[in-house]
Design a protein around this ligand. Structure first.
Ligand SMILES: NC(=O)c1ccc[n+]([C@@H]2O[C@H](COP(=O)([O-])OP(=O)(O)OC[C@H]3O[C@@H](n4cnc5c(N)ncnc54)[C@H](O)[C@@H]3O)[C@@H](O)[C@H]2O)c1
Ligand SMILES: [Zn+2]
Length: 352
């Protein structure tokens, strides 16, 4: 029992992929554990065979399939999963394995946190975005009453397993979304890695070592501020603009953040002393990365900007309706809660 409690409190990241998960689950403390794998239609087809052929203790697991993408993040779906677990007799020693992108991991963590006051869950992220971001850091949530991530808990996974193998089946746009979040984390934490990422060929495959580097950076930031009161906010770089662009343009989150980062870098050069060259270099890189996208991107008109301003004010980082952003003094030197005027926001949008 003591071991179970310890595992709940520490979120361990396995950088050695499915092989290291297989080894770990063979240990005596996991003997006799029953597992349920939470997945969606795509990860059932594309990722499950790899998981169960590599991790023998999961071969006897049950599966629960949930709707694909954001649609699974609802109280209704969570209730259906709880119902299935109850009917299957899952007790407090049961382990939920979340095999999917950020949506499945967010839902799975939420379900695990609530079931019988908390059971262990293992995140096996299958999108790049989930490997470097969503599956690390203990934030779980469902969408409620039309508001994204409005109900949730901080509930770290017992284990998160990073395995590059799942990236092989990602569509180019999904992979780019993950890369944008990698660039974001590197921009606020590790200038050398940032330079490496934005100088690599857009066609080149992300390597396991780069994934692990970014995952470690995120884990380090989360460890120093698990509840998102201070330093963890640096990971929201590009997100105040990004969330408004995501909503207004119906763009995938990662792409919107990539564009939002350009606006934040522009304002950083204007307000917080970021060398202008960093902004120009990023703009060039972003243009090259976005050139082959199917999503329809065009410049913003003044009318668009007036409609996006209220969306930005709703952002959780704005205080009393005053906009606050994460800006950079330099790469690796982020400032949180920097007040930004409507005039500055308009100016930044016009430069996108
Ligand atoms: N908890 C956090 O800290 C955190 C951080 C960032 C994002 N998120 C959440 O993550 C979600 C977005 O996650 P996402 O971008 O991973 O998208 P997603 O989980 O919605 O998955 C996108 C699509 O990719 C498919 N897919 C998954 N793995 C695949 C694979 N290996 N090959 C082919 N297709 C695959 C899925 O079935 C789905 O159709 C959002 O709900 C967001 O709020 C959470
Ligand atoms: Zn993000």
């Amino acid at each position: 029992m003591h071991v179970i409690v310890a595992a709940m409190k520490q979120s361990k990241i396995l950088y050695g992929g499915l092989r290291s998960l297989a080894r770990l689950l063979q240990r005596p403390e996991w003997a006799g554990t029953r597992y349920t794998i939470l997945l969606d239609e795509n990860t059932f087809q594309l990722c499950l065979p790899q998981l169960i052929s590599s991790v023998e203790p999961l071969q006897e697991a049950e599966f629960i399939e949930v709707p694909v993408g954001e649609e699974c993040k609802s109280l209704e779906v969570a209730a259906q999963v709880w119902q299935t677990l109850l009917e299957g007799g899952a007790d407090r020693s049961h382990v939920l394995v979340c095999l999917g992108g950020g949506s499945v991991c967010d839902l799975g963590g939420f379900v695990a946190a609530g079931y019988k006051r908390g059971i262990r869950h293992i995140n096996v992220p299958t999108t790049l975005l989930a490997m470097v971001d969503a599956a690390i850091g203990g934030k779980t949530a469902v969408d409620f009453s039309g508001v994204k991530n409005s109900i949730g808990f901080f509930y770290p996974a017992a284990l998160t397993v990073i395995d590059h193998v799942f990236c092989d089946t990602l569509e180019a746009e999904q992979a780019l979304c993950g890369k944008m979040e990698m660039v974001k984390t590197a921009a606020v934490c590790d200038p050398a890695l940032y330079r490496f990422l934005i100088s690599s060929n857009s066609e080149s495959r992300i390597q396991n070592s780069e994934l692990a580097q970014v995952a470690r950076l995120k884990a380090r930031v989360v460890k120093s501020d698990p509840y998102d009161h201070s330093i963890r906010k640096i990971l929201n770089f590009g997100h105040t603009f990004g969330h408004a662009i995501e909503l207004y343009c119906s763009l995938p989150h990662g792409l919107a953040v990539g564009i939002g980062m350009k606006a934040a870098l522009y304002l950083s050069a204007k307000k917080t002393g970021l060398p202008e060259g960093v902004y120009h270099e990023y703009s060039q890189w972003l243009k090259k990365e976005l050139v082959n996208l199917t999503s329809n991107l065009s410049s913003f008109t003044l009318k668009d900007i007036e409609r996006m301003l209220p969306l930005m004010r709703q952002d959780k980082k704005s205080a009393d309706g005053e906009l606050r952003c994460v800006l950079l003094q330099d790469l690796g030197a982020a400032m949180i809660d920097v007040p930004v005027s409507d005039h500055e926001v308009r100016d930044a949008f016009l430069h996108l």
